[in-house]
Design a protein around this ligand. Sequence first.
Ligand SMILES: Cc1ncc(C[n+]2csc(CCOP(=O)(O)OP(=O)(O)O)c2C)c(N)n1
Length: 597
Amino acid sequence: MKEDVQQIQLSDDSASPDRPPELGDLVVEYLEQLGVKFVFGVPGGAIEPLYDAMARSSRRGGLRPILARHEAGAAFMADGYARETGKLGVCCSTTGPGATNLITGVASAFAENTPLLVITAQTALPKFGKRALQESSCTAVNTVAMFQSCCRFSSLVSHRGQLESKLLSAIMATQGPPPGPAHLSIPMDILCAPRRMRDGELSPRLNSLLKNRILADLQALDQLCVELDKAQRIALIIGDGCGEGIAQLLEFAELTNAPIISGPSGKRWIDPHHPNYVGVLGFAGHASATAILRDEGIDLILAVGTRLGELVFSGWEEDAALQEKLVHIDVSTAHFHRSPMARLHVCGTLSGIFRSLAERVREACTRGGSWPEPDPSESAAAPRAVASNAPPQITLKHPGSFVSDAVPIKPPRLMNELARRFPENTRFIIDAGNSWAWATHYLFPRSSGLYRVGMGFGSMAWGIGAAVGTAIGCPGSPVVCLTGDGSFMMSSMELSVAVAEQLPVIFVVLNDQALGMVKHGQRMGGGEPIAFELPPVDFALLARSLGARGISVRTLEDLENLDIEKICTTPGPTLLDVYIDPEEVPPMGSRMKTLGR
Ligand SMILES: Cc1ncc(C[n+]2csc(CCOP(=O)(O)OP(=O)(O)O)c2C)c(N)n1
C-alpha cells in the first residue's frame, strides 16, 4: 500500500499523467543528473520505452534525443559530442540490427578512448531463446558478447534489481582510465517495468563518479626527476591523451627549451606556430619531427599521453638508442606495452606530473642551472619550410603544392586556404582516407584543441557523424568536416541531421572520383589497380536536395569567391564539393611501410 502511494507521487514528477513512471525514466534521470543533454540514436522496437522516457524528460526541459540516420552515425555523433564537451557521450539503439549497426561507431570510440555510454535494447526476457524477431540474447546474435570486444564494460540487465548498479558500473567504466565506451543491454520488459520507490534515489554526488582520481606513481616520478637532473637536452612527443595536462606540459617545454613533436592525433593540442613545435611524427608526418628522434644531442625523450601506436611509432620500437632515451608518461598503464624497452614508465595525472617537473626545473634554475637554447645549426633538423603560412619550424614535403595556383586544386593548397580563411574558433574534423594525410601534413589550424581525427580505428565516415556531434556540443561555432567522396557516399545522409538541427557544419568533400587512399596505396605498394573508381557525383546538388547549401568548387577563383563569413554565420550546413587534383600524391609513404608493401 505504502509503495503504491509513493508510485503515484513519482508519476506526478516524471511521467505524463496517463502513464506511470517506468524504469526507463530512472535511466533517463541518472543521465539528466550527470548533465547529459543529448542522446544520439535511432528508435524503434524494443528501445521505445527509453524513448518514451526521453519524451517525458524533454517535456520537463531535460535531455533530448538526436535522431541519426544510421546507428553508426549516432555513435560517431556521440563521440564527437563527448570530445567537444568533455562530457559523457550517450548513444542508443534498438536490439538486433540497431545494435549491430551501432558497433562500428562504438569500436571507433574504444580505439580513441572516448567515454560513451551505449544503451541497446533486448527483446523481453520471456522471449529469450525462442527466436523472437531481432532477438539478441546469448542464444541468438549475442550483442552483449559483440560489444565486449570493443567496450570497457558490456552487460545484460537480466533482472530489474540489477539496473541501477549495472548502470553505475557502466558509467564508471566509461571514465577509465583509460576512458572508453561501456555497453548496457536492457530488455524491453525491464525498461517499461513500473518504477517503484525502492528502485533508487539518485545520489546528489553522482557527478563525482566521473572524476578522474589518478595520482602519480611517486616512485617513478622521483626517478624521472633524477633523469631530468642529469639530462642535457630534452624532447617531448605529445599524444592524443595530453589534453588534461597540456598547459603544464607547455610550461615545462618552454622552461627547458624542449622541442615538441606530436603524433597525428596529438597535433591537436598544440598551436602549430608554437616556437617549440617541430611537427608530426609518423604517418604523413614531417622530416623536422623525425630529425628530433635522430638528434644525438637529445638525451631524454618524454612520450606523453600517447599510445605510441603504429601510425606514430612504427619502426622505432626496435631502435635501441631511442628506447634508451625514452620515458613513457601516461595516465594509465594501458599503453606501456608499446614501450617495453623504454628507460622509464611513469603513470599518473599529466597536469600533476608536469607541475612537479616544472617546479624541479625552476628550483634548479634558482640554484644556477640552465637549459641550453636550441641551436638550429647543430641540430639534425631538416631545413625550414619555405612556403608562406606554414609554421617556420616544420618541414613540408611539397611546399610548392601548399601555395600552388594550379587547377585542379592541389589538396595542400586547399588545406592552406581552409586554415587561413575560416575563423579561429573553427573546429576541424578530419575523416579517414587521404584527408588524414593532407590534413596531418598541411593543415595548420590557428587555434589549438580544435582539430580532431579518428585515426585509432580509422573508420571511413567517422568524421561526418563526429562533425554533427561536435556542432551540437559547441553551438554557434563553425565545424569543418574534411571528408572524401567515398566516405561521404557511405554516410552522406547524416548531413540531413545537420539540416534538421540547423548546425553550421561545413562538409568539405575532396572529390577525386576515387577511393583515393586505396588508389594511391595500390600504386605506391605495387598492387593491382582495382576497385577504387567512384562515379562522378554532384555532391552540391545532393546537399541541396537534402535542404543544405551546396557549392561546387572547381577553381581557385571559386574558392576565393566563397563568402566564408556568411557560410559560418547563416544557420544550417553547407557542402563544398571541391574538385581536387586526383593525381597529387598524398604524403603517406610511411603507411605503406607499415602495411609491409
Ligand atoms: C569503414 C571503412 N571501410 C574501408 C576502409 C578502408 N579505406 C581506408 S581509406 C579508404 C578510401 C577512402 O576514400 P575517400 O573517402 O574517397 O577518401 P580519399 O582517400 O579519396 O580522400 C578506404 C576504402 C576504412 N578505413 N573504413
